[in-house]
Design a protein around this ligand. Structure first.
Ligand SMILES: [Zn+2]
Length: 186
């Protein structure tokens, strides 16, 4: 993960290896592992058993939400209108599980999300909430597609000098530029 907002991280489960498109969300185990990596960032508590018990239906919702957010990010970067269907999917997932804020008082007071639904479904709805917040806020204008060779990831340009999704991509882009210059100079 790149430390981006959850909807961007979810969209980035469509990635590429040397330009070859890959899908990091093909099985319920993939979704369980992805949610475990992001577990601390959800208000919905996700227990190990929840992550081991991800259902095919939840995988289906996650993939639909992922593809819808991907379409919205693509549209924002291209400066075009996003497909209504993608907006509909985000909204449908956001309202799919009723949730409410709960105060938890540990070392520091925190907000936990209460639900009578399945925690994984509630966590996916939380990502949809976060997508609604992102696309309806000025942060939308910070969405960028990484243009490093072979990379297809999105990121938020959270500081003016940031050009790449990751340091790794910045290094690869510099190496590629160096070789292009050597070739040009013959
Ligand atoms: Zn990149």
């Amino acid at each position: 993960m790149l430390g981006e907002r959850l909807p961007v991280e979810l969209a980035n489960t469509r990635y590429a290896v040397r330009g070859d498109p890959r899908d990091g969300l093909l099985t319920t185990e993939h979704l369980g592992a992805w949610l475990r990596d992001a577990r601390d960032r959800f208000r919905t508590p996700l227990a190990d058993d929840d992550l081991l018990g991800v259902s095919e239906a939840e995988l289906d919702v996650a993939r639909q939400l992922r593809d819808a957010v991907h379409e919205l990010l693509t549209a924002v970067v291209a400066g075009t209108d996003p497909p209504q269907r993608a907006i509909g999917t985000v909204n449908r997932v956001a309202r799919s599980v009723p949730r409410w804020p709960q105060l938890r008082w540990g070392e520091l007071p925190t907000i936990e999300s209460g639900t009578r639904g399945r925690p994984v479904a509630a966590a996916l709805a939380e990502i949809a909430d976060s997508a609604v917040d992102l696309f309806a806020s000025p942060h939308r204008d910070l969405v960028r597609a990484c243009h490093a060779p072979g990379c297809v990831l999105f990121f938020l340009k959270d500081h003016p000098r940031r050009t790449w999704c990751s340091e790794g991509c910045g290094n690869r882009a510099r190496v590629a530029r160096f070789h292009a210059r050597r070739l040009a100079e013959g």
